[in-house]
Design a protein around this ligand. Structure first.
Ligand code: HEM
Length: 204
């Protein structure tokens, strides 16, 4: 194994900025929803919309980065070892078994991670983004020929995507803090801060 830089500067910036923004979007979003009253409704809406634009801007840069660096290939789904990895997290890890996946620089995500991140990028984020923008520009719907669409459908879609994002976030943090034999570890968090991680050499 060798210690190499697997998370580039922009990737780490994008990851942590997105994490912070998503947390505040969840807090303000569920405040708007009426789940609690940390902020007034108006404050929550103002913050939610200001940060939504920041998030959309960040996503635009991230999409550009993924395509110009070729890093998008890291998210191509594969069935190879998919079930072995799922079985490992469901059972094997509690029995002290060894992780079946061998991380390399050009395949840094295990097959389950690839699927989860692809789902996040291709389904959850675009749904929340499009439904949020539709929600925001509700008054233009008649001009756009959307007068017959009930607002409730868009609101429900946006809230459902927010629940999906919350679920992703909880599972992501659980797995990120999981070390060998279910022992808590900060090593994965550290590698997303420093960029360095231990990986197998290609073909090893
Ligand atoms: C991580 C991303 C996001 C999360 C978790 C999130 C979550 C939420 C939730 C839970 C609500 C309350 C929905 C309801 O009860 O009807 C909401 C409302 C709203 N969201 Fe988002 N949202 C996100 C991103 C966005 C984006 C990108 C936009 C685009 C501009 C947006 C615009 C809005 C608008 C306009 C409302 C309604 C505010 C009002 O009632 O005046 N959101 N959001």
């Amino acid at each position: 194994m060798e210690r190499v830089k697997i998370f580039k500067g922009f990737e780490r910036f994008w990851h942590w900025t997105q994490a912070a923004l998503v947390i505040v979007m969840l807090i303000t979003g569920f405040n708007i929803h009426g789940s609690y009253h940390l902020f007034t409704f108006e404050q929550a809406v103002d913050l939610h919309i200001a940060l939504a634009w920041t998030l959309i801007g960040l996503w635009a840069f991230a999409i550009f980065w993924h395509f110009t660096t070729g890093e998008w290939r890291q998210y191509l789904p594969t069935q190879d070892k998919l079930f072995a990895v799922a079985k490992f997290y469901a059972v094997g890890i509690f029995r002290g078994e060894v992780h079946p996946y061998r991380k390399t620089q050009w395949a840094k995500h295990n097959p389950l991670q690839r699927l989860a991140y692809l789902f996040f990028k291709v389904i959850i984020s675009p749904v929340i983004w499009v439904s949020g923008l539709l929600y925001l520009y509700y008054k233009f719907w008649p001009e756009w020929g959307l007068a017959d669409v009930p607002l409730g459908v868009v609101a429900l879609t946006h809230t459902a995507a927010a629940f999906a994002m919350l679920f992703f976030f909880i599972v992501h943090v659980y797995l990120a803090l999981l070390g060998k034999k279910t022992v808590f570890t900060l090593s994965h968090v550290k590698s997303m801060i420093t960029g360095y991680d231990e990986v197998y050499e290609e073909g090893e």
